[in-house]
Design a protein around this ligand. Sequence first.
Ligand SMILES: O=C(O)CCC(=O)C(=O)O
Length: 272
Amino acid sequence: MNSGSESSPTLCYFSESDSFEDQLTALKRDSAIVVTNLVSDQTVDTVRAELQPFFDRIGGQFEDDFNGYNTRRLASTLAYSMRAAALIEQPHTLKLMDALLLPHCTHYQIGSSTGIEIMPGEKAQVLHQDDIIYPIRVPGIEWQASVMFALTDFTIENGATHVVPKSHTEDHQPSDHDATVQAVMSRGSALVYLGAAWHGGGANQTSDPRTGIITTYSLGWLRQEVNQYLTIPRDRAAQFSRTIQNLLGYQCHSRYLGRFPEDPDGFWLDKH
Ligand SMILES: O=C(O)CCC(=O)C(=O)O
């Protein structure tokens, strides 16, 4: 584990083999942690190569004041990259999600999985909390948490995500980016952050894109942020692992919520 001085805001960096309890404690305390080198360069290269033609063709579709006008985005990365599954079901990040979310649900799910390519010249994004899509908060319960996998190295200059450490209990938007730390990390590493953590994409002052995938995981009894049944065709969903299918929502929460009555086991994807 590696952290900065007490006086300046900081993020803790871990490797997967560091104490899991320490990682969880830091995540709950600081709003976010970085776990380094979770997936191989080969996986990163494959995911990026699969996404790139879609970034190039349709990445501009979500341009607006929030997303920026120089940032390309793809909603539901699994619709474009089969290999993105390796990031979304990465065992260590799922273990962190288990610890955060399973105390409050029997299963959690993908809320959204967004490919983000911040292009040269983009400005810093407004700081925000991802979980404001849900209209209330209950102290002590995380509605969702997020994992940003770096597909390029994230640097100060190319727009590494800004995070305000220890901000998940703050309702007020931080006034500027001064209180933030940037999640500088090598490709294949992940920034893991709480749903209420204040954060935002950075400005890209380099001549190359900064690319990553943010997947949010939400409690299984909440509505998913992005409709996974409609954005990922069913025949494509059927090609993923059972873990991914469950995360897409092809299972009941507990016994009854979201059930498909013809198939009480919840494996209806296989049958229709
Ligand atoms: O690109 C980033 O670093 C963060 C983007 C983000 O937080 C968002 O679009 O919600």
